[in-house]
Design a binder for this molecule. Structure first.
Ligand SMILES: [Mg+2]
Length: 233
C-alpha cells in the first residue's frame, strides 16, 4: 500500500453534518420556547448563511469568532427574531451540535477496517468542544490515532500552516505517503494541494471539480477507498 497515513475530514465525510445541524437548530429553538419556529425553508436559509460564513473563513475574510455569532445575527435578522440574543442561542446550539450525530454510510466500517493497516487522523475546522463531543460519541475518537482541530492549531484548512502543524505531530515524514480524504474542494482538496500531499475527493453527488484542483481519486462511496488503496500497492 502506497499510503501509511490517512487524514480524514469529519463533517460530511465521516459524519452527516446536515443531520447534526438540523437536530441542534431545533433543540436550541425548543430551549428558547420557539418549538414551532423551525421548518425546512428556514433550515435551508440558515444552511446557506452558515456556508457563506465558512467560505469567508476559508478565504481569511472573517475570524472564527465572527463566524460563530455572525451567522445567527444574519439568520435572526432575516426572520425578525429579537427576543433571543444570537450569542445565547449560539451557546446552546453549539452544545447540541456535539450531541447529535449520524454516520455517512460506511464511514465507521471503513475506518475500522483500516485500523492497524494505516494511521488515521481527523483534520477538521469545527469548534473544538463540539467536534470532540461528536467524534467521541460516534466512536471515531477510539478508532483514530489523533484528532487535529483548526481552533487548537490556530490556522484553518486550507491554510498550509494547518497541515504543517499536523505533519509536525505525526510519525510519517514522507509526504507522498499521506492521503487527505474530504468532501470540500475549497478546504480539504485545496488544503492538500497547498500542503503537497495527495487528495481523494469524497464526492457522493458526482459533481465536477474545477481544473484548479489536483485530485488523485474521486469517490462516490467511502468503500471505494479500499480499491483505491489496493491500486496504489
Ligand atoms: Mg467536510
Amino acid at each position: 500500500m502506497k499510503y501509511t497515513t490517512i487524514l480524514w475530514d469529519a463533517d460530511n465525510t465521516l459524519l452527516d453534518f446536515g443531520y447534526s445541524m438540523r437536530m441542534a437548530l431545533q433543540a436550541a429553538f425548543v430551549h428558547f420556547g420557539m418549538d414551532d419556529f423551525l421548518d425546512d425553508e428556514k433550515i435551508m436559509a440558515y444552511d446557506k448563511i452558515n456556508n457563506s460564513w465558512w467560505k469567508r473563513l476559508e478565504l481569511g475574510e472573517v475570524t472564527k469568532a465572527e463566524l460563530l455569532n455572525g451567522r445567527f445575527v444574519d439568520f435572526f435578522r432575516m426572520y425578525g427574531i429579537n427576543d433571543v440574543k444570537p450569542e445565547m442561542y449560539r451557546e446552546v446550539f453549539q452544545v447540541e451540535l456535539g450531541r447529535h450525530y449520524s454516520y455517512i454510510p460506511g464511514s465507521k466500517e471503513v475506518c475500522q477496517a483500516l485500523q492497524g493497516k494505516v494511521k488515521q487522523y481527523v483534520i477538521t475546522n469545527g469548534v473544538t468542544a463540539t467536534q470532540h463531543s461528536k467524534l467521541s460519541a460516534s466512536g471515531f475518537s477510539d478508532i483514530m490515532d489523533g484528532i487535529f482541530i483548526s481552533e487548537q492549531i490556530g490556522v484553518n484548512k486550507p491554510g498550509k500552516g494547518f497541515f504543517d502543524a499536523v505533519f509536525a505531530q505525526i510519525p510519517e515524514k514522507d509526504l507522498s505517503k499521506i492521503l487527505v480524504v474530504g468532501d470540500s474542494l475549497t478546504s480539504d482538496i485545496k488544503g492538500a494541494n497547498n500542503a503537497g500531499v495527495d487528495a481523494c475527493w469524497f464526492n457522493p453527488d458526482g459533481r465536477s471539480a474545477g481544473e484548479e484542483y489536483r485530485i488523485i481519486a474521486d469517490i462516490q462511496r467511502l468503500e471505494q477507498l479500499f480499491d483505491m488503496l489496493k491500486m496504489e500497492k
